[in-house]
Structures are given as structure tokens and as C-alpha cells.
Design a protein. Structure first.
Ligand code: CO8
Length: 257
């Protein structure tokens, strides 16, 4: 991976760890950060050896939102373009073949909370804080937070968080279904990387198909989506790893992948 100013990457076996690295501004999202995240996504798409992406933040924030300093001078056309830059980047994360896990180390506010929601699931440190504080700035979420939050946490929680602009703890986020697991800060990366390695080593073709089937299916009618599932399920029977997975179970041994 090439050298970047606002993000760092580190590859461990088949897992790529992407660290947002602008701690002096609490990893706030500006155009350079988006450009560099997109460069990393280009590199991931060109490297079949990367099977899971983990994203975290340097310092006390995951991401404290869109960069308010950069945003404050924008006219409506520029604000629309900035919103679309964020939306397109997060849509790309969702559309990435491989699973993406957010390891939420600290503040995940506004665009930061929206960023975590575009990842496939979220593991949070007890220090993490979530919120959509845009109303405090006279704004509404602009990176599809109005849509993803209600899908992940339900309509009442989305309306509550966006209308009150309240900052909530990781435990509250867990209760709302916004995060899947809460761990002590010193365990965050260890636990998340273990999960990532487990997914990477567990028949990665199946992980890609599982993500795609769930992500595409949510936008479809139930009958069409379940038929797509049957087709994707069946297509794995041509895969050597699938045959090995079932054979190993019957032979009471671990699969050799
Ligand atoms: N943008 C730019 N700089 C930021 C941001 C941000 N979102 N958040 C923090 N910073 C900067 C601070 O200005 C400060 O810089 P400096 O040291 O130069 O003064 C530095 O980071 C450290 O921050 P604090 O001193 O404020 O740290 P605290 O620990 O006291 O407070 C908080 C931490 C509570 C997280 C506080 O920084 C805060 O409230 N930040 C803003 C949170 C926020 O409102 N986020 C939402 C932003 S809006 C948004 O995300 C909309 C997304 C959709 C955009 C659509 C495009 C148009």
C-alpha cells in the first residue's frame, strides 16, 4: 500500500487494518481523507489477498464528523458535492466484496457515526461515544445517516438520536442494535482482529456471498431475495473450499483451507 497523509494501513495475513490518522482534528472527514480512503479501496479491490477490512481511528476519536472548518464556507452546490463524496465513499464500503468491520475506539459523531454504519458490523470500546449531533449545527445528517440509522436501529431510535442530537455510550448503542459488541479499550483491536481473521480463514468465498446476499436482499422483495439466496447457496457447490468444509466435518477434522 502506498504512503498516505491521513490514513495508515497495515496488513496482517489476509486482514487489512485501516487507521484514520488525523488525531489533531479528531479524524474529521475532509476531502483529502476521502481521497485517501478511496485510494485504499482501489488498492483493496486490486488485491485478492485482502479478505477482510478493519477500520479504526488514531487517538480519542474514530471520527468526530465531517470537517466543520472545511464545511462552514460552502455554498449549497458545494455542500451537495461534499455530501455526495461522503455518500459515494460509504456506498463503496458497503458494496466492497469483502466484509468490513468498524473497531470504534472513541467518538463516532455525525459523519463518523454514519461511517461506522456503512461498515458491515461494529465492535466498540467502552470509551466509544455515538451520536448524530448535526442539529446542534443547524444541519441534518448528510452521509445517509437518516436512512442507515433507521434501518439498523429502528425508526424510534433514529428519530430520537437525530432530533435530540444526544451523545450516547457504547452500551446504549449496543442496546439500540447500533453496535454488536462492547469491549474494554485495550481489547478492542485484539478482539476485532480475531473476528476478522476468523472470517478471513473461514471459506472466504462464502463470506463474500453471505455479505452480498444480505446487502442486496434488503433492497428486494422477500421472494426474490430468498430465490437469490438459493442461487448463491447452490453456486458454492462448485467451490473446492465448500466441498472441503463439508468433507472435513464428516471426517471429524478441521478443514484445510
Ligand atoms: N471538524 C473539524 N474539526 C474538529 C471536529 C470536526 N467535526 N471535531 C473536532 N475537531 C477539532 C477541534 O476543533 C479541535 O481542534 P483545535 O485543537 O485546533 O481547536 C480538535 O479537533 C480537538 O477537539 P476538541 O478540543 O473539541 O476535543 P474535546 O475532547 O474537547 O471534544 C468533541 C470532543 C465532543 C467530539 C468535540 O470536538 C465536538 O463536539 N466535535 C464536533 C462533533 C460534531 O458536531 N460532529 C458532527 C459534524 S457535522 C457532520 O458530521 C455532518 C455529516 C454530513 C456532512 C454532509 C456534507 C455537507
Amino acid at each position: 500500500m502506498s504512503e498516505k497523509k491521513t490514513v495508515k494501513t497495515q496488513k496482517q495475513d489476509h486482514v487489512l487494518l485501516l487507521t484514520l490518522n488525523r488525531p489533531e482534528a479528531l479524524n474529521a472527514l475532509n476531502l483529502l481523507v476521502y481521497k485517501e480512503i478511496n485510494e485504499v479501496l482501489d488498492e483493496i479491490e486490486a488485491d485478492p489477498d485482502v479478505k477482510v477490512l478493519v477500520i479504526t481511528g488514531e487517538g480519542k476519536a474514530f471520527v468526530a464528523g465531517a470537517d466543520i472548518a472545511e464545511m462552514s464556507g460552502m455554498n449549497p452546490d458545494e455542500a451537495y458535492a461534499f455530501s455526495k463524496t461522503g455518500q459515494n465513499t460509504f456506498d463503496r464500503l458497503e458494496a466492497l466484496d469483502i466484509p468490513v468491520i468498524a473497531a470504534v475506539n472513541g467518538f463516532a459523531l455525525g459523519g463518523g457515526c454514519e461511517f461506522t454504519m456503512a461498515c458491515d458490523f461494529r465492535i466498540a470500546s467502552t470509551r466509544a461515544k455515538f451520536g448524530q449531533p448535526e442539529l446542534n449545527l443547524g444541519l441534518i445528517p448528510g452521509y445517509a445517516g437518516t436512512q442507515r440509522l433507521s434501518r439498523l436501529s429502528g425508526l424510534g431510535n433514529a428519530l430520537y438520536l437525530i432530533l435530540t442530537a444526544e451523545m450516547i455510550t457504547a452500551e446504549d448503542a449496543l442496546r439500540m442494535g447500533l453496535v454488536q459488541k462492547v469491549v474494554e479499550p485495550e481489547q478492542l483491536l485484539e478482539v476485532t482482529m480475531q473476528l476478522a481473521h476468523r472470517i478471513a480463514n473461514n471459506g472466504s468465498a462464502a463470506a463474500v456471498k453471505a455479505k452480498r446476499t444480505i446487502r442486496d436482499g434488503i433492497h428486494m422483495d422477500f421472494m426474490m431475495a430468498s430465490d437469490m439466496e438459493a442461487q448463491e447457496f447452490a453456486s458454492l457447490f462448485g467451490d473446492a473450499a465448500t466441498q472441503e468444509g463439508m468433507k472435513a466435518f464428516l471426517e471429524k477434522r478441521k478443514p484445510e483451507w
